[in-house]
Design a protein around this ligand. Structure first.
Ligand code: ADP
Ligand code: DP6
Length: 319
């Protein structure tokens, strides 16, 4: 019986948003993330009469099928293995809504591919492979905090664990404002962002912000971590707005949520936000404030669904 591989999604506190090489998915910047306990993907790869991709029980065709099988073809070529494959995957995270489904998806798929063919890899080797499917997937191999070092070529671009079991009091509240799939994928969005006049300045700031984030984590400094994550996310969304042509993943509810976070801070409830390629907001907070923040969001957003996540584990085999 084929085994199922589980990978958890990760949310970047210092974002990856731009490629130096599209086909190898080499990033222009290093990034740092937190792997989440509440969101994950389970994937099984087995031999099939033809190539098939089932997501959440529905057979896929079109772009998402193409993306999976062009990735698997690369892996088959790399390892000199053959055969039609049946991929069965279940997302315990909304798909393509800016909640990082591609990070857990391609980490789990890379892992399930290796399990199917009996290929044993180190975490770093698996991270490199997952990167070919989706850049952020390179970080989902690890639990806790992970860093994806940008590198200069295929060999040197991979993620490693900064701290797999952090003791930090850090909660990430996912406010599900809109779970529908977005119109502009992360891959397309980051390509367009590179046309912004602010893209280069942001890139130049990135390395220093990453170093400051590592220092904040090591010093267990929640305030520094939160304010830096918020700044970094705003910079990413500023390059989107100023791209040629400009665009944004924000919706009116996203702006309302940003203002609510600022309001809460003014009231002495310390929290910060980060936002990815979608309208949903993630709030960084400490355990003592989760109740108050949740209460306020539920009342302002009419019973919006809020998931309270914290640190999740690295990739694993389930059975
Ligand atoms: P997100 O914000 O969810 O990460 P992306 O645009 O980065 O959005 O990636 C979403 C794409 O990832 C989907 O359109 C699909 O092609 C792919 N994907 C999502 N879940 C899976 C899965 N479980 N297995 C394979 N591919 C997946
Ligand atoms: C905003 O990893 O989904 O979530 O490599 O093109 O698949 P591709 O992009 P992807 O982009 C993630 C962008 C982000 C920030 C991040 O996770 O670092």
């Amino acid at each position: 019986m084929e085994k199922t591989v589980r990978a958890h999604t990760n949310i970047a506190l210092i974002k990856y948003w731009g490629k130096a090489n599209q086909s190898l998915r080499l990033p222009l910047m290093s990034s740092l993330s937190m792997t989440l306990d509440q969101f994950y993907t389970d994937t099984k790869v087995s031999a099939g009469p033809k190539n098939q991709f089932w997501l959440n029980g529905v057979e896929q065709s079109g772009q998402s099928y193409q993306r999976v099988f062009s990735f698997l073809k690369l892996l088959q070529e790399k390892f000199g293995v053959k055969g039609n494959l049946k991929v069965e995957s279940v997302n315990h995270v909304p798909t393509a809504a800016g909640l990082a489904s591609s990070s857990s998806a391609f980490a789990a798929l890379a892992g399930a591919f290796c399990v199917h063919y009996g290929i044993n890899l180190s975490a770093v080797e698996l991270s490199r492979l997952a990167r070919w499917g989706s850049g952020s997937a390179s970080r989902s191999i690890y639990g806790g905090f992970a860093i994806w070092q940008k590198g200069i070529d295929n060999e040197s671009s991979y993620a490693y664990a900064l701290d797999e079991k952090p003791q930090m009091d850090l909660q990430l509240l996912v406010v599900e404002l809109n779970k529908n799939p977005k119109e502009l994928s992360s891959t397309q969005g980051m390509k367009q962002a590179q046309t912004s006049p602010f893209f280069r300045p942001w890139l130049e700031r990135n390395q220093a912000e990453l170093a400051q984030m590592v220092a904040a984590i090591k010093a267990n400094d929640f305030s520094k971590l939160g304010s830096l994550a918020e700044l970094n996310a705003c910079e990413m969304h500023a390059v989107n707005l100023t791209a040629q042509p400009g665009f944004t993943y924000f919706e009116p509810a996203t702006i309302k949520a940003i203002k609510l976070v600022a309001d809460l801070r003014r009231l002495g409830i310390e929290c910060y936000f980060t936002i990815d390629a979608g309208p949903n907001i993630k709030i960084l907070s400490q355990l003592k404030n989760v109740k108050d923040i949740t209460k306020r969001f539920v009342s302002e957003f009419h019973n919006v669904n809020i998931i309270n996540a914290s640190f999740g584990p690295g990739i694993s085999c389930l059975n």
